[in-house]
Design a protein around this ligand. Structure first.
Ligand code: AMP
Length: 596
């Protein structure tokens, strides 16, 4: 067996299509329909092995690696669709993941006539699920508790299954499903193939593998326990009482943010979501104390991007199947280091890059260094943005929004009257006034705000101290007119700048990509070189504009200020995430206050 694998795997280096991995036409066509151009790493490694014959498999892979297709495609090709006997069961930790897997299986098997893949999970009508099962399901996708329940009521018989897949096995065991998994595995045929997928390999998962699997293949994507390199890890050290204002600043400094905010307890999750909603943010909460219906409503709103911030407990977040999450914010660090890997894996998915931010106190810094060791990636020690920095970001964001806004035809009728009101005001004055209307409110709020960063003290390691020092006092920060709108994220912007300057990647740091502009830092001695080289650079034929950031807090290296006209008239408009209104009590799991 290992020989077949090695040989196939070696071939797979040269095989870049699903067809070449051994998949038949209906499945190749289904992947083409979905726009999958090439198999992902886990798919390349797994599909040939699973198609080569009956085998047990342990695959270490995070969510977002394409693992569902990695087991789903070979499973669909292996079952007998003409038969209505249950041939495979896929176990998943949560209802949401269960539904997601079922949906994907249906997409991958869309050209397989007669396929019936049925999802069974808790919190939904058991009778309805029983009805679907009676039609005969070749594949059942289940949460362990509901599966056991349906088995005991005689609706499901696993006596003839050939395949059992454990998805997110570490998570299922974390959630205390060991007894159910043990029972399910022991009540199914001993000669079935068991495929276990897990992001991490804690003792409990090894215990399952040793007890129920026979000589399994082991496949790993990247290193064990390592986060994907599409995620940048940052931490912000604050005083314990400043967690909430720090969270708000991180959100305000990232106008396009689409984020999951992790809290440790259900109570904190609800409390933080309510506070955010009261403060005018598009936020919602998801945790175990909410009814299934409430959780569905919140998740659907988040998926549709009606919610920008989803505050979640670790358990409730398991089923979040959204690929576009830009930031994961750890409002508090989790107790278990492995939980951090799961959290940060919610961003940087499906070819995109993401940022995992940790709000921490000095006493917790030791934990940051333990996580660094575990994930084999360094955290960047960053400063909570100052009020001024946030104002600057918001100002450019607003200016850009004004520029991009399409003109509403219905306004035409009002224009003569508006022109009368504005008569005698020059274009420049008009821009200044317009921008000032709301910026004042913003500026008033943040001008009184204190520095939230905890001074480096005994708790901070020497390494972290030197890192934050170099960011704070001895670097030059630039403002460049390239952003997300131009297709950049922090990773590709770093690529662009390093290749334009022909410098090492380490020379460019603190990259913050916003919608239409970005910031980055270099050592001050590179300043002239950076300005002259990048102001001559072009992106897709468009000239790039670069300046030293005007904010003294972030560019203390004596860099020149930007033209007065840009900064002085600093005027800004109210934005969604900035509003301090009166408190309003009430259930607020996913609604935004009407009051503005
Ligand atoms: P998963 O790790 O299974 O949660 O997959 C993450 C996402 O990647 C899902 O939205 C899939 O639709 C997508 N995906 C899976 N395989 C591929 C592929 N070969 N190319 C592009 N996207 C994929």
């Amino acid at each position: 067996m290992p020989l077949i694998y090695v040989e196939r795997h070696r071939q797979s280096i040269y095989m870049t299509t699903f067809k070449a991995l051994g998949l038949h036409e209906p499945f190749v066509n289904a992947t083409l329909d979905l726009g999958f151009e090439t198999p992902t790493e886990i798919q390349e490694k797994t599909i040939p092995v699973l198609l080569s014959g009956e085998t047990d498999l342990i695959a270490l892979a995070q969510t977002g690696t394409g693992k569902t297709a990695a087991f789903g495609l070979p499973l669909l090709q292996s079952i007998e669709v003409e038969s209505r006997i249950t041939q495979a069961v896929i176990l998943s930790p949560t209802r949401e993941l269960c539904m997601q897997i079922t949906q994907e299986m249906k997409q991958y098997g869309k050209y397989l006539k007669g396929l019936n893949a049925v999802a069974v999970y808790g919190g939904a009508s058991i009778n309805e699920q029983a009805k679907q099962l009676k039609r005969g399901a070749q594949i059942i996708i289940a949460t362990p508790g509901r599966l056991k329940d349906l088995m005991s009521r005689g609706y499901i018989d696993l006596g003839k299954i050939s395949y059992c897949i454990l998805d997110e096995a570490d998570e299922m065991l974390n959630m205390g499903f060991y007894p159910e998994i043990k029972e399910i595995l022991s009540k199914s045929p001993d000669d079935k193939s068991t495929w276990l997928f897990s992001a991490t390999m804690p003792k409990e998962v090894s215990r399952i593998a040793m007890k129920f699997m026979h000589n399994p293949f082991e496949i790993s994507v990247g290193e064990k326990n390592t986060s994907t390199d599409s995620v940048r890890h940052e931490y912000y050290t604050i005083g314990g009482r400043d967690r909430y204002p720090a969270l708000k600043r991180l959100v305000d400094a990232n106008p396009g943010i689409f984020s999951v905010i992790f809290c440790r307890t259900k109570r904190d999750t609800q409390r933080i979501a309510e506070k955010l909603i009261e403060d005018g943010y598009n936020a919602g909460a998801i945790h175990g104390d909410l009814s299934q219906n409430q959780r569905d409503l919140v998740m659907n709103a988040f998926r549709r991007k009606q919610l920008q911030l989803l505050v979640a407990t670790d358990v409730a977040a398991r089923g979040i199947d959204v690929d576009e999450i830009t930031h994961v914010i750890n409002y508090q660090l989790p107790d278990e280091i492995e939980t951090y890997t799961h959290r940060s894996g919610r961003t940087g998915r499906a070819g995109k890059s993401g940022i995992s931010m940790v709000i921490t106190t000095r006493s917790e810094l030791r934990k940051i260094h333990q996580i660094e060791k575990k994930i084999k990636q360094e955290f960047e020690s960053k400063k909570i943005p100052t009020g001024l920095e946030i104002c600057e970001i918001q100002l450019y964001h607003l200016a850009n929004k004004v520029k991009e806004t399409a003109i509403d035809k219905d306004i035409e009728g009002y224009l003569p009257a508006i022109n009368d009101v504005l008569e005698g005001i020059t274009r420049e004055e008009l821009i200044n006034k317009m921008m000032s209307v709301e910026f004042k409110r913003f500026h008033n709020y943040y001008s009184k705000s204190k520095d939230l960063n905890s001074p480096s003290g005994n708790g901070e390691s020497r390494q972290a101290k030197s890192r934050s020092k170099s960011y704070a006092s001895d670097t030059t920060r630039y403002f460049i007119t390239l952003g997300e709108r131009d297709g950049f994220d922090w990773k590709s912007l770093k690529d662009f700048v390093t290749s334009a300057l022909k410098v090492d990647r380490d020379e460019i740091f603190r990259i913050d990509v916003k919608e239409s502009f970005s910031f980055f830092n270099t050592a001050p001695d590179l300043q002239d070189f950076v300005l002259s080289t990048l102001s001559a650079a072009k992106h897709k034929g468009r000239p790039v504009s670069i300046e030293i950031s005007r904010n003294p807090e972030i560019a203390p290296g004596g860099g020149k200020r930007r033209k007065k006209s840009r900064g002085k008239s600093s005027s800004f408009q109210k934005r969604d995430t900035f509003y301090r209104g009166k408190k309003k009590k009430g259930k607020s799991t996913g609604k935004r206050r009407k009051k503005r």
